[in-house]
Write a protein that binds this ligand. Structure first.
Ligand SMILES: C[S@@+](CC[C@H](N)C(=O)[O-])C[C@H]1O[C@@H](n2cnc3c(N)ncnc32)[C@H](O)[C@@H]1O
Length: 196
């Protein structure tokens, strides 16, 4: 028998797989519950498939395409999704999210892959969105370092967190989107709804 979602979550947290924080996940699921029009979801950053399966669990009419660059993570996700009996609704793709191309439209994009690439993902997937589609971004606090750079001395971390700070401002000021910023949810979650 396959593992339950709780067991997958527990194992992932124990193995330090960076799955979404519990309250961030609950926030995203509540958003989807309260927006019945969300049926097609694209996720950047599958890890072990936990968040993709949680999203698919909200309603039976939801399908998820989820993208992962790491072959081992992808293989584990494929196993988990199969064992959960969700492989008719959760489709795991092994690829660099920034190179994934499809003609499919999505109602919601959950962006949880390479943090320094968030801006590029928005432009890359904009043609796959419609007015009303929503982009949800996780990790925009990056463990507090974005607002408190003194917490890190690592040059590449600081470079990346500067990029995240700039991205937050860019999205807030982007007239194509209505953006809400939730610094206290999970590791910092932003929701941008396409309005034009
Ligand atoms: C934060 S984890 C995803 C967690 C997952 N969404 C969850 O909450 O269960 C980020 C994942 O993105 C993957 N990743 C990093 N860069 C990527 C890229 N360019 N394309 C696709 N996946 C990428 C990493 O290998 C990692 O597994």
């Amino acid at each position: 028998m396959g593992k339950t979602l709780n067991e997958i979550e527990h194992a992932a947290r124990q193995d330090h797989v960076p799955i979404m924080l519990g309250d961030g996940m609950e926030f995203l699921l509540e958003y989807i519950r309260s927006h019945p029009s969300v049926m097609r979801v694209l996720e950047c950053g599958t890890a072990v498939g936990w968040s993709a399966m949680k999203i698919a669990g909200v309603r039976e009419n939801i399908t998820v395409d989820t993208l992962e660059i790491d072959p081992e993570m992808h293989a584990q996700a494929v196993r988990n999704i199969h064992e959960a009996g969700l492989d008719d609704r959760v489709f795991a793709h092994l690829c660099d999210a920034g190179l994934y191309r499809t003609n499919q439209y999505y109602d919601l994009f959950f962006i949880d892959a390479a943090k320094s690439q968030y801006r590029m993902y928005v432009e890359h997937f904009l043609p796959n969105s419609v007015i009303g589609s929503v982009f949800v971004f996780d990790n925009l606090n990056f463990h507090g370092i974005v607002d408190h750079p003194e917490l890190s001395e690592n040059r590449s971390t600081l470079q990346m967190t500067r990029k995240i700070r700039k991205f937050r401002e860019t999205m807030k000021n982007d007239p194509r989107f209505e953006t809400t910023w939730h610094p206290d949810v999970g590791d910092g979650v932003m929701v941008s709804r396409r309005i034009v």
